[in-house]
Design a protein around this ligand. Structure first.
Ligand SMILES: [Zn+2]
Length: 286
C-alpha cells in the first residue's frame, strides 16, 4: 500500500521497465524425474492405510522412502494444507520458499517438494495431479500453490482482534503434538509453510495481493506423491473449505480429505537422494 506520493520517474523509466526478465533459477540441471518408471512401480505398491483429515482438523501419516501417498477430495470441494518432515529428524522439513524459487508459484506433476537447509533435497515428487488441466486462469490463478503460508490465528488476531482455534496452523499443531507426544507449544514450532493442496490462488495484477478463489477440485480428484525419504506428513482440512469466500472462521462449508499410503516399491535403480553436497564451510577455514 503506497500512502505517500511516488517520486518523479527518471527520464529512462520506461526503458528500465522494458528490460526482459531472466529466470532466477534455471532448473534444467535438477535431477530428472522418471515418471513412467515411478508410475509402473507404484502400480505394484500395496495399500497400507487410509487416514482421514476431518473438516477443520488435521491428520498425520507416515510414508516409507520409496512409498507413495495420495490426497483425495471426498465429500465436497475442499483445500488442504500439507506439511512434511523427515520422519527421523524434524529439523528437515518442507521448504516452501525454495520450492517456489525452483519450480514456480504452483506445483504439478513431475515437480518436487524440497527440504530445508542444510539438507535441500527432494522429499516428495508429484506423480499424478488430476487438476493438471487447470493451468493458469485469466486472473493469474492456479492450483496447489507454494505462495500462501497457511491460515493462522496470529494473522487472524492481527486483522480482527478475535480468537479462532481451527486455522490450519492450529490444526497442524494439535496433530503434531498428538503424533510426536510433544507439548503443544513445542509441536507448534515444527509447523511450517505449506503446500496448499487443491487451493486456487494467485497475485492480483494491480496490487500484487495474494488472492484465492473457489477451488476447481471435485470429489474424486487427487494429488499423488512418491516419497523420496521416510516421511511424517500432516494434512489440515482448511476451515476455508473450497476457499471461495473466507477462511479463519466456521462460515464456509467444509469437507474431509482422505490420505492413502502405499508401501515402498520404488522404481528399479532408485536410491534415496543424498543430503545436499555443499561443504558448509561458508568461506571459513575453521
Ligand atoms: Zn487453512
Amino acid at each position: 500500500m503506497t500512502t505517500s506520493p511516488r517520486p518523479t520517474p527518471p527520464q529512462d523509466a520506461q526503458a528500465r521497465r522494458d528490460i526482459q526478465p531472466v529466470i532466477c533459477y534455471p532448473n534444467e540441471t535438477l535431477p530428472t524425474v522418471d515418471l513412467p518408471a515411478i508410475r509402473t512401480a507404484r502400480a505394484k505398491a500395496p495399500h497400507l492405510e487410509t487416514v482421514i483429515a476431518p473438516p477443520r482438523e488435521a491428520a498425520t501419516f507416515h510414508v516409507p522412502a520409496g512409498g507413495y501417498f495420495r490426497i483425495t477430495s471426498v465429500d465436497g470441494p475442499q483445500v488442504g494444507d500439507l506439511n512434511l518432515w523427515n520422519a527421523h529428524d524434524l529439523s528437515e522439513r518442507f521448504y516452501s520458499g525454495k520450492t517456489r524459487a525452483l519450480h514456480g508459484t504452483h506445483l504439478t506433476t513431475g515437480e518436487r517438494m524440497w527440504s530445508s537447509f542444510p539438507h535441500l533435497r527432494p522429499m516428495a515428487t508429484i506423480i499424478e495431479d488430476t487438476l493438471d488441466w487447470y493451468g493458469m486462469d485469466a486472473f493469474g490463478g492456479s492450483v496447489h500453490d507454494v505462495i500462501g503460508t497457511r491460515c493462522d490465528p496470529y494473522t487472524h488476531y492481527l486483522l480482527s482482534q478475535s480468537q479462532y482455534h481451527h486455522c490450519c496452523h492450529s490444526n497442524l499443531t494439535r496433530a503434531m503434538a498428538d503424533a510426536t507426544g510433544l507439548p503443544l507449544h513445542e509441536a507448534e514450532v515444527h509447523v511450517h509453510d505449506v503446500l496448499n493442496v487443491f487451493m486456487c490462488t494467485g497475485f492480483t495484477r494491480d496490487t500484487g495481493q495474494y488472492f484465492m478463489k473457489a477451488s476447481p477440485v471435485r470429489p474424486g480428484d487427487y494429488l499423488e506423491f512418491f516419497a523420496e525419504i521416510d516421511l511424517l506428513g500432516a494434512l489440515s482440512a482448511c476451515p476455508g473449505g473450497d476457499c471461495s469466500a473466507e477462511h479463519s472462521s466456521d462460515v464456509a462449508a467444509c469437507y474431509p480429505l482422505q490420505v492413502d499410503v502405499y508401501g515402498a516399491v520404488p522404481p528399479e535403480g532408485w536410491s534415496e537422494p543424498p543430503r545436499n553436497g555443499y561443504d558448509r564451510t561458508h568461506g571459513r577455514d575453521s
